[in-house]
Design a protein around this ligand. Sequence first.
Ligand SMILES: C[S@@+](CC[C@H](N)C(=O)[O-])C[C@H]1O[C@@H](n2cnc3c(N)ncnc32)[C@H](O)[C@@H]1O
Length: 600
Amino acid sequence: MAPSKLYLEKSKQACNAMKRYDISPSTVRSTLKHLLKAYEKNWKYIEEDDYKVLLDAILEPEGPKEMEIVEHGFVFIDEPEEEEEEEEPLKRRPRLRSETTSSNPAGYLRENRGNLCLEYNNSDTKANKNKNKDVPLSRCSSEVDIASSSNGEVKFTFSICKPPPGFGFPSPDAVTKHLEDIYQEKFQAFAMGFSLAQVLKQICECFIEQGNASDHVGNTNPSFNNEPEKEDAPTTDFPRFVVASEFEDCFIGTFKKQQMVGIDELSCSSILTTIPKAQATVGLCSKHYWVDDITRGLEKREISLVNDVDDEKPPSFTYIKTNVNYDTANVKPMLASISDENSCPGCFGDCLFREVPCACAVEKGGEFAYTTDGLVDEKFLEKRIDITLRKRTEFIKECWYKCGCGLSCGNRVVQRGIQARLQVFMTREGKGWGLRTLEDLPKGTFVCEYVGEIVTNRELFERNELNKNEEHRRYSVLLDADWSSEGFLKDEEALCLDATLFGNVARFINHRCVDANMVEIPVEVESPDHHFYHHAFFTTREVKAMEELTWDYGIDFDDDSYARKAFRCKCGSNYCKAVKRYKRSRRGVASGKEVIVRVN
Ligand SMILES: C[S@@+](CC[C@H](N)C(=O)[O-])C[C@H]1O[C@@H](n2cnc3c(N)ncnc32)[C@H](O)[C@@H]1O
């Protein structure tokens, strides 16, 4: 478990109080853990008399208790074993002046065993795509050195050899921000899987990524020219990046921006458990499961999966990014079917900024459904949220191939794919897996679309017939095509998306009655006939990081003919439609029809 807010707050106060005795935060924290255990987490005793107990414990002759990192966190060794400093990475040793070198002006001891070297082929970075194609893309390597001083501070030194053309030293702020973004996702979500070595490796990655980023706005750091590196130029010829702020006048080489990265902060805020590399795809530790990226790299963002609740294994299905035809549901996007009236061939750039609305906005009365912030327009969204206002013909029309604008056009939100940081997790309420966001999402944000095999109603029926007696989770969505003017469609015409075997992250979204935080909106991209469309999810309000993402499946729990195979709703909403149903079902009402999740 990640440390509680209370622990973080209290330990911070304790560290501040101990500062005046020149006691390092890590010593304070390791002693605190021991004391908290001894006093059964009662901070009162520790804080009394200006932390007297804490100070005594630190200053007692045998020194503070040592910690050992085990699989699920820290344990304290009551009788510290003989010190084996070489084994323990990042362990502080007293500063030895004689060991300092000219490149180490502040008197840090270089911890060579903590030295990490990473090789990078930057061919896929954003910045490199725009760079001079004649210049061969170098493999560049970044190295991070860790030095520590006797009073507890830790300093990282980055060096880079063979920097790619145009590489400029990123600011420490950019590197740490980038790293924080990555770890906000991982830590908040699940402390398992954290490894300090991984953090350091990622610091290097962030350093290189930020260095390669094209806009070094406000960055006064040196930039490398495109000249190839001299054959025998030593690595140390390159300026080094020192991440250390508490040592004002300490920098190495020509790089001057400094900022402290506290190793203590990193190590105390998480449980140190390393999932072996071999389990990068599916990590199993005790009864917990962790998958780094269920999309196997198909989406722009990794989508991790975590189960820290029970021993249910990650589900077996094939992740697909876009819908695929199964058999008779023959949905072929045909350019020929799109006329100029349905597209904007004359547009350029971003259609949302045009003074006169283009053809793609015409169907919506000259207004686009998206705002320039990439959100769904509030008025449009409200109409979709309020079922009584919802018109069956309300949909979003995005620009597409025949339009002159590019993929960055503001009227191409769904087709740009998932941008939000998402995670699949095991719910604690017994709903099975669920989907949550790892970052705050403003109202009207596109989250993902429902992707699966495109099947006809008949095909879906046949599939469901095979296991009709089983109570199992359902992953099908009806594309309720009669919102268009096509009228009633036969079973062999009406389309569904079945994500049971092939699907994307949307197959994990659970149902919530009435006040779900997402709403589905039909989005027309490649097919103007309204028969097939993208079933896209947008937030109905601001959704906070770590909140489960839900949508109202539209199941009528009151309808006996529908309810037999409907699940027992555990949505927890005050408006839960199933509550009444449960009461009746206890009196024995049930008969059967397939449950198909409806769009409208
Ligand atoms: C599209 S799947 C959602 C992901 C699913 N929870 C899983 O574990 O893969 C739909 C199934 O999830 C379960 N489910 C969804 N919402 C639920 C809720 N509010 N209460 C209980 N179960 C729910 C039901 O089994 C339902 O058939």
